[in-house]
Design a protein around this ligand. Structure first.
Ligand code: CMP
Length: 148
């Protein structure tokens, strides 16, 4: 199976509202070092508690987000086309807050920590927007775990 090419800056802006907050130069900076990754159902993309240096966008397919709830994996969310994940470890420099697993074969766009950090340094409103998503997601995650 051949790896599809990277989206253009315009396609990236259409894929997710987050990227429409950047201008073309910002999107192109991210795309310059991005890669595509294709994964099959049940593959684990990132694990709760581990260090994470990659930020992902779902181009197609579906992933599930789950977190440990006293030894049981609790489902937190399902994400499909246009959704991003893995931003929390990269932006906040913290361990992965949850485990993300492929539910339906996925085509992912992958950005590395360095290019994300470099772009966020120059686009503080995007950093702010990502931070707000992180707060919302953390609240939702904690709400779904028993005893919180
Ligand atoms: P990160 O902590 O880097 O790795 C796990 C990812 O799961 C996390 O970033 C978010 O992208 C995602 N995630 C965590 N909580 C939620 C949630 N409540 N809804 C959607 N995605 C989430």
């Amino acid at each position: 199976m051949s790896i599809p090419s990277l989206p253009t800056s315009d396609e990236l802006a259409k894929m997710s509202k987050l990227f429409s907050l950047l201008d073309e130069a910002g999107r192109n900076r991210l795309l310059a070092s991005a890669s595509r990754r294709q994964l099959a159902a049940s593959e684990v993309i990132c694990r709760e508690g581990e260090k994470g240096d990659e930020f992902f966008v779902v181009v197609s397919g579906k992933v599930s987000v789950s977190a440990d709830d006293f030894g049981t994996a609790k489902s937190i969310a399902h994400l499909g086309r246009g959704a991003f994940f893995g931003e929390m470890a990269v932006v906040a420099n913290q361990p992965r807050s949850a485990t993300v697993t492929v539910v339906e074969a996925c085509d992912l766009l992958v950005f590395g920590r360095e290019s994300v950090e470099s772009v966020l340094r120059d686009y503080p409103t995007v950093r702010q927007a990502l931070g707000a998503v992180g707060v919302r997601r953390t609240e939702e995650l904690l709400e779904k775990l028993s005893g919180s």
